[in-house]
Every structure is written in C-alpha cells, then in structure tokens.
Design a binder for this molecule. Sequence first.
Ligand code: ADP
Ligand code: MG
Length: 262
Amino acid sequence: IIDFEARAASCATAAPQPTPLVSLRDVHLAFGETEVLKGIDVEVKQGQAVSIIGPSGSGKSTILRCITGLLRPQRGAIEVGGVRVDGLRTESELIGLRRRVGFVFQQYNLFPHLSVLQNLVISPVKVGGEPRARAEARARELLAKVRMEHKESAYPGELSGGQQQRVAIARALALRPELILFDEVTSALDPEMVGEVLTVIRDLVQDGLTCMLVTHEMRFAEEVSDTVYFTEAGRIVESGSPARLFGAPASERTRAFLQRAS
Ligand code: ADP
Ligand code: MG
C-alpha cells in the first residue's frame, strides 16, 4: 500500500520518464541449433553506466554485439536512441549505427602503422568527414582525458598494453558516439595495468558517459554502475542496483557466482 501511494505521488509530480537510450526487449539469438540468448531484456538510460556480469559463455558479449549490429537476433527488439536497430542490413545502415555506438574490446586493435594521434583522427576525417585540424584538436582533448597526451606521436608498438587500451578508449570516443560498450577491456592486461584503465573509465562515467560494461572486476562494477545485470546461460537471472545485487543477491545462482568471483 505504501509502495503504491509513493508511486502514485511520484507519477503525479515527476516528469515523464525519458525513453531509454538503449533497450533490448525479449531478444533471442541462436547460432544454428544453439540458443545463446533466450529472451534478454535490458535498459540503459542516458548518462547511466550499466554492467553485465556472469559466467563465461553466458551470452554477455553476444548481447553487446547485437547492440552494434554485428549480430542480428532472430526475435525481439533492440532500440538505440528510440530507433530500431535489430533489423539493419545495408552496409551504410550498419556504419551509421557503429558511429552511434562505440565498442572497445579486450584486444585493442589500434592501427600499428599510425601514430597515437592519427589513430584518433582517421575515422572522424575518413568516415565522419571532419576537417583534419578540428579532428586533431578533438583528438588531443581525448588523449588528455585518457592521460595519454604525452604520447601522441608514439606508435602503438611502443606502448604498454594499458596505454594502448587507453588510446583505444579515446579512439572509440572520437566519433562522438551516444554510448560506449566495454567488453572485458582489462582482461588481457597485466595486473599492474588494470587500475590505470579502470581509472579512465571511472572518469568518463563521472563525466556522464552512457556505457555498458562487461567485466570481471566486481568491485569496479559495484562502484561505478547504476544498474547491474547478472546473466547465466542466455538469460538475465536478476538485475538491480549494485548495492542490492552485490549486497543481497536474490538468486542462489547469483550468490554462488559472486562467491566464486571474489
Ligand atoms: P560471454 O561473453 O558471456 O563469455 P558469449 O556471448 O561470447 O559469452 O557466448 C555465449 C555462447 O555463445 C557461448 O556458448 C559461445 O560458445 C557461443 N558463441 C559465441 N559466438 C558464437 C559463434 N559465432 N558461433 C557459435 N557459437 C557462438
Ligand atoms: Mg565475452
């Protein structure tokens, strides 16, 4: 009764909820006979950081790849910025989507023959049609954000893994995406470099970047997320605020996973 009254009161006074920036509704995806996503519902609001945690093979990367259009679900709906993206087919539609959604992977994949600065400039100039001088000015701002401004002339091979990953994050930001997806971006790094990359992501989240994080860094997920989703075997087992999900997991499966992960 109290809940109902509180909700009625907030409905009367609060502004209407904005459409989420990202929504997945009942998303199903199979590779051949193997069902990998079995009805996924996820929402990310503007300015939120949302984490997906769960065992290896539970479908976390597949969820992110559906949002970028790299994979097309067989059922369900995916919207980014209120626009359906799960049915995009043509190359130009997919390129348009990838400009709106930045993606950073475990493997940083910088262009080895380009300097750090040119790695950030090439897409805005070639894909975005930006004037080179403007793209360079923006690239320098982004390098400062990821604390790599002192390395703009270096080549990727001259950098540590952590430095390369910070440049990869800046490069993902260079096209001014509406959100960024981070897929286990610290998993391939030596332990001493994990912290510097997480620090950069923490700064971006505090600046209001909308992002989705797949991570095994449970403390980090707990610290920066607005909402955490726990996946297992292609389903969302539960989701909630980090305090609730980590502090009082509702499902026995979540509890067991968190115990193993800590
Ligand atoms: P996670 O990121 O949670 O570790 P994934 O989303 O990568 O999991 O994978 C989910 C399941 O889908 C796994 O069982 C994996 O083997 C399977 N899978 C992923 N990609 C492919 C593919 N291209 N073809 C067939 N099976 C795949
Ligand atoms: Mg994965």
